[in-house]
Design a protein around this ligand. Structure first.
Ligand SMILES: Cc1ncc(COP(=O)(O)O)c(C=O)c1O
Length: 364
């Protein structure tokens, strides 16, 4: 892994699990900074009912164990996405769901395939579960780069991972590509919809007619609750049950479950309002970047991927000005790029000013 991970150490314990030999610790280089535009979270804050629920938490929410499988939150999330309760499983962030799903549906040595570029944790989760991982380069088709589903299916993988909108490009995966994967994949298809609220389209409906699809969602992005770690997935009841076994009991803290429940039932207008704002700010930021002579990729998410030469150097120069955006060096078909989260305009303006100065500095 060249990006987002730290190298494995040489001084490993001889009795540690062999599959962990080359598993790196995730390292997206996030150090505290005044304006952090690196993680695609909701930069307007936390939904009000969720915040109130945290303030008003009862002692028992801390002193006693939480519910086994977050049944109440499951019911609320199932109503939110429009599926029966038994088609939904929660987890400690969607990371936990992805990890649990790989453990549930992959035997050691099985193959996971994902597009490249895509979510950097997928190869790590595969390794953590003693699975093999392969990538298929996205096609350079414009305007939105698309997964090469033909190449992905040709690997005969046991688990096919798709991400829509994709991170880090922001591209929506074509419906035909997703349907083809679901129809022709040998095993499981995981569709990661971490940014679905910003795109306004979803594959959840596919889970009602295909038994091999798991749609993975999170409250970390549009719902503004990344610190509480709440993710969920939708799929056939039999599929969801296996993820639930793999995930284990008591995974969501009581505080996280209560705050998530409050947000999903009472804060939907807040979420919708801030999703619309994020889209507006993304478009305005895109216009400003184009006016600077840059060409951000079209995005259906709350971030922009901006091709930029020497992204690591530009990222470092931005940091000296108190602003962080995430560099992605050498993305296939794209080259170097910066990924920047859309947020309130005053933050976008700070980013644009810092970028302007950083590009000047790097050109000298
Ligand atoms: C595509 C994608 N999937 C999953 C995640 C994990 O999110 P969380 O574990 O916070 O739900 C992220 C986080 O950045 C992401 O970009």
């Amino acid at each position: 892994m060249s990006n987002g991970t730290a190298g494995a150490t040489d001084d490993r314990l001889a009795f540690a699990r062999a599959a962990y030999n080359d598993v790196p610790l995730y390292d997206p280089k996030r150090t505290p900074i005044e304006i952090d535009l690196t993680d695609n979270t909701n930069l307007w804050g936390v939904p009000p009912s969720a915040l109130r629920s945290l303030h008003d938490a009862a002692t028992a929410s801390v002193s006693r164990y939480p519910s086994l499988y977050a049944a109440e939150l499951k019911r609320a999330l199932a109503a939110y996405v429009g599926v029966p309760d038994d088609m939904l499983v929660t987890g400690c962030g969607s990371d936990d769901i992805l990890d649990s799903a790989m453990r549930a549906f992959g035997n050691p040595g099985d193959l996971v395939v994902s597009p490249e570029p895509s979510f950097a944790m997928i190869p790590i989760f595969a390794q953590m579960n003693a699975l093999r991982w392969q990538s298929a380069r996205e096609l350079s088709a414009t305007p939105m780069p698309q997964p090469d589903i033909h190449a992905m299916l040709a690997t005969n993988a046991d688990i096919v991972y798709l991400c829509s909108p994709n991170n880090p490009t922001g591209a929506l995966t074509a419906r035909a590509t997703i349907e083809r994967a679901v129809r022709d994949a040998r095993g499981m298809v995981i569709i990661d919809e971490a940014y679905a609220e910003f795109a306004g389209v979803s594959s959840v409906e596919l889970t009602q007619r295909a038994r091999n699809v798991l749609v993975v969602r999170t409250l970390s992005k549009a719902f503004g609750m990344a610190g509480l770690r709440v993710g969920y997935a939708i799929g056939d009841p039999a599929l969801v049950r296996e993820v639930e076994k793999s995930r284990g009991p008591y995974k969501l803290s009581a505080l996280a479950e209560q705050a998530a429940l409050a947000a999903v039932t009472a804060d939907r207008a807040w979420v919708d309002e801030h999703v619309a704002l994020a889209i507006d700010m993304r478009e305005r930021l895109g216009d400003a970047l184009r006016a600077m002579g840059l060409s951000p990729l079209p995005s259906a998410a709350n971030f922009l991927c901006v091709p930029i030469a020497e992204s690591v150097r530009v990222g470092a120069a931005l940091r000296t000005r108190g602003v962080a955006a995430r560099p992605f060096p050498e993305l296939p078909h794209i080259g170097d790029a910066l990924r920047v989260t859309a947020g309130p305009w005053r933050l976008m303006q700070r980013f644009l000013d810092a970028l302007d100065a950083s590009l000047d500095e790097c050109a000298r």
